[in-house]
Design a protein around this ligand. Structure first.
Ligand code: NDP
Length: 248
């Protein structure tokens, strides 16, 4: 059964990693997919081709999610190209890890702007369309780190915790118009983001996971599929942990 047939989804940061996995799973389920990247043009264009090969409409857009104006321009272009928007996945994110003592103001600001302000930018830009059609699903990519904190990631944890507050507020604000807003909190997912970590850190993450493995982009994408589709029609304001039991 195709769960997103006839739906249009925007996914930020889908040139690689979790976002790419979401784009692939959504397209396999019949969604037309508009997705963004920051600098990886080659991989983004390859993914565009791959998704089109699945028989859906797919387009890659270079757009900085941290920029209010670029988010607004992106949504206008997607509306011109696709006609409507049903699903928004705010996935784009970065890390700039350091202990607070060594964390620069620029590293704090950049992480908050890319991970959290981007969610404001994109949600504000799509909300008019979703309100008009009186339906929609917004999925925000938070993290277990936003729930429990992490030494060396104060900027990242604050951005991901902020996303959860934003998600719950949108669920309350938009629920009466049949627009749902949920967050996904992945644990340790094996992507380029986590490949930057040293082996000792990676091993300690794995040891702490009841399922004793890191997750895959597809593990997270399947949770997003549930939240984006009508299977979760009565679910809003929730944080779905996809963490192998890490926070249990
Ligand atoms: P990656 O670093 O592998 O990919 C990040 C993606 O975001 C890329 O497509 C990148 O584009 C894009 N991106 C970065 N900055 C911007 C920007 N300013 N505007 C638009 N796009 C941007 O990360 P992951 O796939 O691992 O992570 C995806 C999301 O999941 C993030 O929000 C992350 O915080 C979250 N997450 C990840 C976990 C993990 O263990 N991996 C755990 C919990 C949460 P480009 O390729 O062009 O640089």
């Amino acid at each position: 059964m195709k769960l997103l047939e006839g739906k249009v989804a925007i996914i930020t940061g889908a040139s690689r990693g979790i976002g790419k996995g979401i784009a692939q799973v959504f397209a396999q389920h019949g969604a037309d997919v508009a997705f963004t990247y920051s600098s990886s043009e080659g991989p983004a264009l390859e993914l565009e081709k791959e998704l089109a090969g699945l028989g859906v409409k797919a387009r890659a857009y270079k757009s900085n999610a941290a920029s209010f104006q670029e988010a607004e321009d992106l949504v206008n272009r997607v509306l011109e190209d696709f006609g409507t928007i049903d699903v928004l996945v705010n996935n784009a994110g970065i890390t700039k890890d350091n202990l607070l003592m060594r964390m620069s103001e620029a590293d704090f600001d950049q992480v908050i702007e890319t991970n959290l302000k981007s969610v404001f930018n994109m949600t504000k830009a799509v909300q008019r369309t979703l309100l008009k059609q009186r339906s929609g699903s917004i999925v925000n990519m938070s993290s277990v780190v936003g729930v429990k904190g992490n030494a060396g990631q104060a900027n990242y944890a604050a951005s991901k915790a902020g996303m959860i507050g934003f998600t719950k507020s949108m669920a309350l604000e938009l629920g009466s118009r049949n627009i749902r807003c949920n967050a996904v909190a992945p644990g340790f997912i094996e992507t380029e983001m986590t490949a930057k970590l040293d082996e000792k850190t990676v091993q300690s993450w794995r040891d702490a996971i009841p399922l004793k493995r890191g997750g895959s982009p597809e593990d997270v994408a399947n949770a997003c599929l549930f939240l984006a589709s009508d299977l979760s029609a009565y679910t809003t304001g929730q944080v779905l942990n996809v963490d192998g039991g890490m926070l249990t």
